[in-house]
Write a protein that binds this ligand. Structure first.
Ligand code: GRG
Length: 330
């Protein structure tokens, strides 16, 4: 996926530069070696969706064009650092070679340093969150718990052709949606919105995160290696059977797919599995669920506000669907 539609909001582009500056200073230590490892994926880029959700939540009541407060920027930095820490650890687990189009931290410095640098990023996130408020610190800590739970749920279902839709949804709610929900909620808390609107922002983040992960899973099966920055069908090879695959397994073509899955997948078997999934109704059915989450996400924003930031959040949700439709058209 490419640009974040929130960046089309004039003030956000400038605030994003301020987030970048703070992110880089957040990982500076007395040890230049640790600083270099911790800054590696920050320098590499990324869409910064989670900090932008925090800025949008914090600015929901502000007139258009108001720059973000320092506290809102810190909230954005804290959630991005948690995201980064999880990516460092995830790449160790997956033995990934690349991330954000550059060499992964584990590939460049080895697993031990990648794990420690990931821990360092989580610790810095916690320090920054605790300077904002006890509530934000507690929420971020709980979110890290949810990420771990989601990831463990996924690991428990590896290569399991009987993985259920419910198991899939529980996993992505933890590993992906929880941090989007927390990002928007932390924004609402910093912006001192009333509790009803903070809950609505949280629901938005959750629903957006569910749709985001379903779309990410659709793209893994449909988009080119060039667009993804990783091989097409990587999830299938790793034994992560995502929603389009689970839906396909329930159809008539499911028996063919079941014969191919459940263990190691060589290149010809992967091609065959991708072709079975692409020619069946599983992708469309998964897209329909993503659309339902986007609709629910949009509804949650109805009473949150209507300034440019909140309109940007709506755009971000709708953009998920158009990117999936584009990849599915081929
Ligand atoms: C130590 C916090 C912590 C977690 C341990 C490894 C793990 C448990 C969880 C992994 C969670 C994970 C990697 C979920 C996938 C999230 C995801 C969809 C990442 C891609 O997000 P983008 O597209 O990436 O926003 P950019 O690069 O744009 O930031």
């Amino acid at each position: 996926m490419t640009a974040n539609p929130l960046l089309a909001v004039p003030v956000v582009a400038n605030d994003q530069i301020r987030v970048e500056e703070r992110l880089r200073s957040a990982v500076v230590t007395d040890d230049p070696y640790l600083t270099e490892i911790a800054a590696h994926l920050i320098t590499a880029g990324g869409k910064r969706s989670r900090p932008l959700f925090c800025l949008a939540g914090a600015g929901a009541d502000l007139p258009d064009g108001t720059p973000a407060s320092d506290t809102a920027l810190d909230g954005g930095v804290a959630v991005e650092l948690v995201h980064l820490g999880s990516l460092y650890h995830d790449d160790v687990m997956d033995e990934a070679d690349t991330r954000r189009q550059v060499e992964s931290v584990n590939a460049r410095w080895g697993n031990l340093k990648a794990i420690l640098a990931g821990d360092f990023l989580l610790a810095r996130a916690s320090e920054i969150a605790s300077a904002i408020s006890t509530e934000v610190a507690g929420l971020l800590a709980h979110t890290i718990t949810r990420l771990c739970e989601g990831q463990v749920t996924e690991l428990q279902s590896l290569h399991d052709v009987d993985r259920t839709e419910d198991q899939y949804e529980r996993s992505i709610a933890g590993k992906t949606a929880a941090l989007f929900a927390a990002s928007a909620r932390i924004g609402g808390l910093i912006g001192e919105l009333d509790s009803d609107r903070i809950d609505r922002l949280t629901q938005f983040g959750h629903d957006y995160g569910m749709a985001f992960q379903i779309v990410d899973d659709i793209l893994d099966l449909t988009a080119s290696e060039e667009l993804l920055g990783k091989p097409t069908g990587k999830d299938l090879v790793e034994g992560v059977y995502t929603l389009p695959v689970l839906y396909t397994l329930e159809t008539r073509a499911g028996d063919d797919l079941r014969d191919l899955l459940g263990g190691e997948l060589d290149a010809p078997a992967l091609d065959k599995a991708l072709s079975v999934v692409r020619s069946g109704p599983g992708l469309e059915a998964a897209l329909a669920l993503a659309k339902a989450y986007v609709l629910s996400a949009e509804e949650s924003l109805d009473q949150v506000g209507d300034n440019q930031l909140i309109t940007g959040l709506r755009g971000a949700a709708l953009y998920l669907i158009s990117s999936a439709e584009e990849a599915m058209r081929g």
